[in-house]
Design a protein. Sequence first.
Length: 536
Amino acid sequence: MLYKINNGCIRYNAQTIIDNINIEIKDAEKIAIIGNNGCGKTSLLKLISNEIGLSKRDSDEDIYIEKYGKISIGYLKQISDHALSCTLQDEIDHIYEPMVQMIENMDRLVEQMERDPSEETIMRYSVLQEEFFRLGGYDYANDLDYILSNLGFTSADYKKKICEFSGGERTKIELAKVILSKPDIMLLDEPTNHLDQDMTEWLENYISHYDKAAIIVSHDRMFLDKVADKIYEIEHKTVKEYKGNYTDFVRQKKKNYEIQLKMYEEQQKQIERLKDIAERFKHIPSKSAMAKAKLKYIERMEKIERPRKDDLSTFYTNLAPAKKSGKEVFRAEKLNVGYDSNFFEISFVVEKGQKIACIGKNGVGKSTLLKTMMGLVKPVSGTFQWGNNADVGYFDQHAANVGSERTVLDEFWNEYPKLSQNEVRSYLGAFLFRQDEVYKNVKDLSGGERARLNLAKIFKRKPNVLLLDEPTNHMDLLGKETLENMLAQFTGTVVFVTHDRYFVKKIATALLIFNEDGVTYFKGSYDEYKEKVKNA
């Protein structure tokens, strides 16, 4: 046993997020935490990482966190703060700083032994060398190359500044730092969001064989099937444990629901039968005692609760554009996109009503193309032009990750100051920010909640063109399906970046395929593209 929470509670601004938290983390256990966005998954990780503490409860129960020994915890957050002027090498060196310090100390002791080979100096060196070996010091250079190469980094990337990496690459840097630190408990919040298929499969294998504990928050069902041996589901502000992987969880939850529903219905029938007997005989003197006994029996009966159904709450809005665009929405002619010498050339036309998916590995320019289309990055050369009446709404994966000190209410109201408070609250309610949730600070929102808030701000304008950079990265499955349906029915135009193949398959009518050799335009669905590749 490494770690235990007993009868814990998490509250924000007097609002209970999760109650009655009882979890245990054992050596080498692989645990998945699942639930809808905003249910408290990230808050639970923050509690385990000691970023927040247990909230007080009015209870006689023992409420505590117990740690067994001095344990190290590594935490991959959905939203990470980077020193953008640092290089990748600087970030990695910080992880290995204790190791480097030990090497320097051993070197000093070697010099000291050459001058004074005393028993005390030799003993100090032996103890330090043994600790260095225990921490894997002799393997850290190989570990570094192995981890970074499998996450898509080359030796040339070591000298690049963090600001030069894409959002997905920055997340992978944070993932590499957590893995390389080899913590006793690894906390991974949406680790596959920016990984391509090969990298995801590598990470599945790495975590499965990791000899310490890992706790994963993810909406990738296949990933959870491969790595998890225990599931904690957060629903209706409670945490429930299930043994096995995600498929086992689905099966167990369905079975438990059916069993509890059957027991509840049978008990309700028994209660109705006893009430009927008591009602029929309560006025008969010789039977009234028996009637009262039946009612007393009902009172003493331990009641079985009707099982709750899954929480299917989701956001909604009318996404119909406020005005129509022209037939030709966007045109690029020999447009060279990128930074300095690292760029690609592309020529393409976006027509009204198209849903164009930008697909490919991280760092090949997908997000940069959207930034160029928005005028946020100057093209190296070539031209582009928006068509008549093009009204663009832009979802930036980085901006969606920025947490302000404002409340949700003020953040939205600042964007639309002419609306009344009732109008603002009504609109936010449609995006699941209801009652006191509008008073939460944006910086305290989960990644999925921040994405929802930014989409609310964009959709309120009713644009006829949407540029979406990884809009579903932190969304739960229900949120992804909701956005898929909204965009599929949207009569405007969409250009979007995503790694979610199902999302592409559901929405895209054309593709921009990015790779190291450039960009290829394909007019047709994802299935048609895969069929063409298969038959090529």
